[in-house]
Write a protein that binds this ligand. Structure first.
Ligand SMILES: Nc1ncnc2c1ncn2[C@@H]1O[C@H](COP(=O)(O)OP(=O)(O)OP(=O)(O)O)[C@@H](O)[C@H]1O
Ligand SMILES: [Mg+2]
Length: 379
């Protein structure tokens, strides 16, 4: 970039020595660094080998074709300004020179040096402006390059971060699914133990006790109490087995299991429980059946534990490509979110189970109208 006080380099190529010297002195007085060549060939060599800001060129020189020189120089050098100084005042000559790359055309002899001064100054300003613009353009290009590479780097980082998060989410999901399956497996194991071993042994104990009473031909309150205790324990174990793992899931349809769940819920809690089912139960896999059963079971447990409801309605709808379930109670409804006990695992595991089946879970609690849990899972 040329500053105002920077030395301005001018080259004059003109074989008219007297005229050229006048220009030389005039320009040097204006503060320019001037090189004068009256021999066009020496001038030609110089201008191709050196840097300068302004070329004053005579077109009509005996040894050299001014037009050819102008064209060759302009082709290689776009920055330097060129003023043609020619003895001809032919307009077509001037137009040709401008077409060949000259910035200005001045006819010889120059009668008014002040006019010439204005032309030179204008040309100098043009050169400065051009250079400044070029410098700004380069600077802007540089900035754009820098910003682009910064953006690319940030973008890459974001993509990496998104990938990392996705991986972490998948690992967490896999972990929680594994954990859920492990818990289910543990529950199943305990339920089978209780059902197959302890329940059966209680049945035998009861039979033995009855046989003993019969054979000894005596009975008293202790015997009756023992029999009653055994019956109560058997019932409790049955309930525990159902809670731990619904063995009946393996034998009966989902509809039958939910119907029986709702019925025993009504009997055990005194809450009026209604069950409605529609559609045909097809293509419900083992895992899906257990997930759906657990969601109904947990939601009904919540109704029993938290709702203070009078009534609960349960629906199960089988569509050809999805299953829709709802449980609606008329109890006190959900508290403000901040007051909900988030330490519970009920809602959390329901969400996980529905997610595992790629379904959608909605829990709503309109003011004073209990809680409605609904979920839809694709088949
Ligand atoms: N039907 C309902 N009516 C009123 N409040 C409910 C109902 N269902 C759930 N809640 C509220 O939502 C909270 C969260 O339920 P969630 O099932 O996650 O946990 P929990 O039942 O307290 O514990 P857990 O299920 O682990 O035994 C409950 O503590 C209760 O405050
Ligand atoms: Mg719960």
């Amino acid at each position: 970039m040329i500053r105002q006080n920077e030395l301005f380099r001018v080259v004059i190529i003109d074989d008219d020595e007297g005229f050229a010297r006048t220009l030389h002195i005039f320009l040097e007085d204006s503060g320019a660094d001037v090189r004068l060549f009256t021999d066009p060939e020496a001038g030609l060599q110089y201008i191709h080998a050196n840097k300068f800001e302004l070329l004053l060129l005579d077109l009509k020189m005996p040894k050299l074709d001014g037009h050819a020189l102008l064209r060759a120089f302009r082709e290689k050098n776009k920055e330097t300004s060129i003023i043609i100084i020619s003895a001809t005042s032919d307009v077509s000559e001037a137009i040709q020179a401008i077409r060949e790359g000259a910035d200005e055309f001045v006819a010889k002899p120059i009668r008014d040096l002040e006019d010439f001064d204005v032309i030179v100054k204008k040309t100098i300003d043009k050169v400065r402006l051009k250079k400044e613009l070029e410098a700004y353009r380069l600077h802007l290009e540089e900035l754009v390059k820098e910003r682009t590479s910064e953006l690319l780097a940030t973008n890459e980082m974001l993509v990496e971060e998104a990938k990392r998060r996705k991986k972490a989410e998948l690992a967490i999901k896999k972990g929680s699914v594994n954990l859920m399956s492990a818990i289910e497996l543990g529950k199943k194991h305990i339920a089978k133990e209780l059902h197959d071993s302890i329940s059966q042994r209680l049945v035998f104990s009861r039979m033995n006790l009855e046989l003993g009473i019969k054979q000894s031909n005596t009975t008293n309150d202790y015997f009756s109490l023992a029999l009653q205790n055994i019956d109560e324990i058997s019932l409790e174990i049955k309930e525990m087995v159902k809670m731990l793992y619904p063995i009946s899931l393996e034998k009966y349809s989902l509809e039958e299991n939910i119907r029986s769940l709702v019925e025993s819920f009504g009997k055990n809690t005194g809450i009026t429980a209604q069950f409605y089912c529609s559609g045909e139960e097809l293509n419900v896999g083992k895992d899906m059946k257990l997930h759906l059963f657990r969601i109904f079971q947990e939601t009904l447990n919540n109704v029993a534990k938290h709702s203070r409801a009078q009534k609960v309605e349960v629906t199960l709808n089988f569509f050809f490509d999805s299953i829709l379930g709802t449980i609606r109670d008329d109890g006190i409804g959900l508290k403000q979110f901040e007051e909900i006990d988030l330490s519970g695992t009920g809602f959390f595991s329901m969400k996980e189970r529905v997610g595992e089946m790629n379904g959608k879970l909605t829990i709503t609690s309109p003011l004073n109208s209990g809680v409605m849990v609904s979920f839809e899972v694709p088949l």
